[in-house]
Design a protein around this ligand. Structure first.
Ligand code: AMP
Ligand code: ZN
Length: 114
């Protein structure tokens, strides 16, 4: 989608600190990190919110989840722990409408979230 920030990062039209990419999934550092590790895992294909997923996307979401776990492990968080988050729409504070899995690690994370 032409006016989507994350589509532009994926396309290389605006800079992103990319830590992983393949033909379906891209991961890059969050520009406003909320933890020592804060990476966003996104599908290359534009999907606005979790509400827009279809059964055909099940494999894609699985790839995103396993990539998030791999990134957390690479950053040394597998044993101590980390958090993955999808925000969906206004009450969750979604600000970029291209689905993304936050991967947060490297500090103690409170629960429940604010
Ligand atoms: P959400 O609130 O779940 O939609 O998360 C959007 C995230 O995108 C926020 O954590 C932002 O800090 C992050 N973000 C916004 N612009 C950029 C950018 N240019 N590069 C990387 N991350 C960004
Ligand atoms: Zn997009």
């Amino acid at each position: 989608m032409s006016d989507c920030l994350f589509c532009k990062i994926i396309a290389g039209q605006i800079p992103g600190a990319i830590v992983y990419q393949d033909d379906r999934v891209v991961a890059f550092k969050d520009i406003n990190a909320q933890a020592p590790t804060h990476v966003l895992v996104v599908p290359r294909r534009h999907i606005a919110t979790l509400n827009d997923l279809t059964p055909e996307d099940d494999g894609l979401v699985g790839e995103m989840t396993r990539r998030a776990a791999a990134i957390a492990k690479e950053h040394g968080h597998a044993d101590r722990g980390y958090r993955t988050v999808f925000n969906c729409n206004a009450d969750a504070g979604q600000t970029v409408f291209h689905i993304h899995m936050h991967v947060l690690g490297g500090r103690r994370l409170a629960w429940p979230p604010g």
